[in-house]
Write a protein that binds this ligand. Structure first.
Ligand code: PEP
Ligand code: MN
Length: 451
């Protein structure tokens, strides 16, 4: 039975209250003894992230909430075990660093770099089952629960996968830490990669921005900037805290403060489908010290937002709560203002981030789940327009992207069409911006930020 065992995790008042509440989107583990031994083992493994790092992130996010920093959060819709290779991880980190350089210049402020990485293995699904050619099997819920392959064995909910998710997250984080601390993040190197991008004729219109960044870097060098120090960047890990058995087992009591931290990632968010106020996800996340995000779709009312603030950020602590809006390009200009107004009028200060992906999913004529690059960009523009008109700060961007040359979203300056999906569609869940589309988005957003 899911959620039955406290399995070895250190007890702390309230941390297991979620087990008595309604909960959606959870697996039904096929073998209870495997479930019990897996959560027990997980609860004894070392933390993946450290409480001090989580506190640093909360401080950075507080700056973003005040309009003094910008959050860039990106990565796969669903990480896979097979996709955790050095090449793919480095390409994704590289792309996020490239985007961050452009955004830093455009915003003239620090950019907080965060991957949807090292833990993004659990997926909510609109249906419990999937039917193919008359055969019905449990839906794929992410590699942490079951396999993508369409066979009864693979689709069974196997709790030992939580251990594999932990170890895959650990090796992913290890590589990320090596890249971002070991010279790979050198500002001059990252900018050179971007010069390569803007020299492609399809992206020539971004050339002048790249030249401006060049001049800024030369200026810094002339002033004697310490480029050695700029070789290292902070990089944070985040994922949707969907699978509460896993999140609970990785929650530890910090020896400095005596408070619970979910050490599976620095930042955790609650999805659009699991943010019911009196249910398990909100209850559990309200009790850990990590900064928390909540996805808000077009049906969210101002009252919903205020109730979420009361529950998740009762002390109105700067950096604690991020609202990630995913309204859809068609809705954002109409739906976002009332939310922002209601929150601002209440005196609360949250960080507002746009996820321009999840409200813009469509099916291509040839049957693929996709998004139009133009819709994605239009939602970002709408997000900036609304905040500008209300005098509030558009504090970040949350995107599904990859560093690889895939074909999953339509359009872009070097356009992807639906025929390209036949060869280039790799996602096991939602469509991601590819490397070039991600960089193009960064240049477009940098333009909007500098206006
Ligand atoms: C996601 O981020 O992959 C996701 C499922 O988002 P949402 O909860 O906004 O639908
Ligand atoms: Mn997704």
């Amino acid at each position: 039975m899911p959620g039955a065992a406290t399995g070895g995790a250190v007890a702390y008042p309230g941390l297991d209250d979620w087990r008595k509440l309604p909960i959606s989107q959870q697996p039904v583990w096929s073998d209870v003894s495997v479930y019990e031994s897996s959560v027990k083992e997980l609860s004894m493994l070392p933390p993946l992230v450290f409480a001090g790092e989580v506190d640093d992130l909360r401080d950075r996010l507080a700056l973003a909430a005040q309009g003094k920093a910008f959050l860039l959060q990106g990565g796969d819709c669903a990480e896979t075990f097979a996709g955790a290779t050095a090449d793919k991880i480095s390409a994704r980190v590289k792309t996020i660093l490239q985007m961050a350089v452009v955004l830093t210049y455009g915003a003239s402020m620090p950019v907080i770099k965060m991957g949807r990485m090292a833990g993004q293995f659990a997926k909510p699904r609109s249906s419990n089952d999937e039917t193919r050619d008359g055969v019905t099997l449990p839906a794929f819920r992410g590699d942490i629960v079951n396999g993508f392959e369409f066979t009864p064995q693979s689709r069974a909910h196997d709790a030992s996968r939580m251990l594999k998710a932990y170890h895959t997250s650990a090796s992913t984080l290890n590589l990320i830490r090596a890249f971002t601390q070991g010279g790979f993040a050198d500002l001059r190197l990252v900018h050179q990669w971007n010069r390569g991008f803007t020299q492609n004729p399809a992206h020539a219109r971004y050339e002048s921005l790249a030249k401006d960044i060049d001049r800024a870097i030369k200026f810094m060098a002339s002033c004697g900037a310490d480029f050695e120090a700029l070789k290292r960047v902070e990089f944070f890990a985040s994922h949707e805290a969907l699978l509460l058995d896993y999140e609970r087992a990785l929650t530890r009591i910090d020896s400095r403060t005596g408070l619970p931290y979910d050490t599976s990632g620095h930042f955790l968010w609650i999805g659009e489908r699991t943010r019911e106020l009196d249910q398990a996800h909100i209850d559990f996340l309200s009790r850990v010290r990590n900064p928390i995000g909540v996805k808000l779709g077009p049906g969210t009312t101002g009252e919903d937002a205020l109730r979420l603030i009361d529950k998740l950020d009762p002390d109105r602590e700067p950096g604690r709560l991020t609202f990630i809006t995913r309204m859809g390009a068609r809705n954002i200009r109409e739906k976002l203002p009332q939310l922002v107004r209601k929150v601002t009028d209440s005196g609360a200060q949250v960080l507002w981030v746009t996820d321009p992906m999840h409200g813009n999913t469509v099916t291509s004529p040839n049957g693929y789940k996709t998004r139009n690059f133009d819709d994605v960009i239009d939602e970002v523009r709408g997000f900036f327009e609304v905040h500008k008109s209300l005098g509030t700060f558009p504090g970040g961007l949350h995107v599904e992207m990859t560093g690889d040359d895939v074909a999953e979203c339509l359009g872009g300056a070097d356009p992807i069409d639906q025929e390209a999906f036949l060869e280039g569609y790799e996602s096991v869940c939602d469509p991601r911006l590819n490397h070039k589309q991600s960089l193009e988005m960064a240049f477009l957003v940098a333009g909007a930020l500098s206006n």
